[in-house]
Design a protein around this ligand. Structure first.
Ligand code: ATP
Length: 318
């Protein structure tokens, strides 16, 4: 969990942040909102260590990171995608991708597949210069670069700004998957599991048939409607499959195929998201919880269902 307590920041004698407080719970998407100039970017910069607050405390998973350098915060698990993206235009996409992880002394190879699965265009454009990419592609590149540092929390400053709708959708989908550790290829993996279950039903008399039926029905619902909509059902499905696998003798149909599909479905790290965003519908779709800032302080916060029209009118409408 990231916690921000009583953050104070002054620039040139002006108080920019006045006791900013909020928490980003693990594996949630938290939206920090507010009108222009209220201090959102300054808050993010204070968390990443680009700006030095005069008072307050920032912790990540209980560790006080307030006095750490930006590099040490990145190494501790803070991934940052700044407003404007900061792509190096003369470096290739591949060099841009690797530069953050290399600066931290990490080998970026581990997370490359995940980045390419979320943003396939990056793989295609690896040798291109960063400056030749569209704004949306640069945003994907900046997110990819941050992901290669293997962050616990990904901090995004207005990722939809000036970007075409289809790429906004891709970024939204990526945020959903990152938050819950989902796999981009879930439909195909679920289809593999479904087919294996069907074959098991036809061929394996030893497996408990009621459990097979439940797993098959659940897989069908998840395939049709998506895991995103039914996280609890997915957990029950995974438990059911594990129970089925345990109840069978080795070398039978369920073992290898389902084992590897399930491992992939479960296999990604869950990443918390701290999102500064002005695009309200994007926030409403993605956020679990939110805080709204005004004049350097948080003035309203809650779970996303508290982000009502009245709240929007009072704090966000210009
Ligand atoms: N480097 C700086 N020097 C002077 N003033 C600054 C600096 N950075 C920010 N400010 C001021 O601090 C206030 C908060 O700015 P900040 O960028 O954090 O707001 P914001 O909520 O992110 O706004 P926006 O949505 O427009 O980016 C603004 O009044 C801004 O002019």
């Amino acid at each position: 969990m990231l916690t921000v307590q009583s953050l104070e920041l002054s620039i040139g004698g002006s108080r920019i942040l006045r006791g900013v407080e909020f928490e980003v719970p693990d594996h949630q998407c938290f939206c920090l909102m507010g009108r222009n100039g209220v201090g959102k970017t300054s808050t993010l910069r204070s968390i990443t260590g680009v700006m030095k607050p005069s008072a307050g405390k920032i912790t990540l998973d209980g560790k006080d990171i307030t006095k750490l350098s930006s590099e040490a915060r990145a190494a501790a698990g803070i991934g940052y995608v700044p407003q404007g993206r900061d792509i190096f235009p003369q470096l290739t996409v591949e060099e841009n991708l690797h530069i953050g992880a290399i600066a931290l002394g990490k080998k970026p190879n581990g997370s490359l597949d995940r980045v390419f699965s979320l943003f396939p265009i990056l793989k295609e454009f690896l040798p291109r210069k960063g400056g030749m990419l569209s704004g949306g592609q640069q945003q994907q590149l900046a997110i990819g670069r941050a992901l290669l540092t293997e962050p616990k929390i990904l901090i995004l400053d207005e990722p939809t700004e000036g970007i075409q709708p289809n790429i906004i959708d891709q970024i939204g989908e990526a945020i959903k998957l990152l938050r819950r550790g989902g796999h981009h290829n879930e439909a195909a993996l679920l289809a593999t599991v479904s087919q294996a279950l069907k074959r098991a039903k036809e061929n394996e008399s030893v497996l408990p048939s009621a459990m097979l039926d439940e797993a098959t029905e659940t897989a069908t619902v998840l395939l049709k409607e998506g895991i995103e909509k039914h996280p609890a059902l997915f957990n029950r499905f995974a438990d059911c499959i594990e129970a089925l696998r345990k109840s069978q003798s080795t070398g039978t149909i369920l073992s290898d195929e389902i084992g590897s599909a399930l491992q992939q479905l479960h296999g990604e790290e869950k990443i918390s998201i701290l999102l500064v965003e002005q695009y309200l519908d994007f926030c409403k779709e993605l956020a679990d919880s939110f805080a709204i800032m005004d004049r350097g302080a948080v003035v309203c916060a809650g779970t996303v269902d508290a982000l009502t029209d009245d709240v929007v009118k009072k704090y966000l409408t210009v």
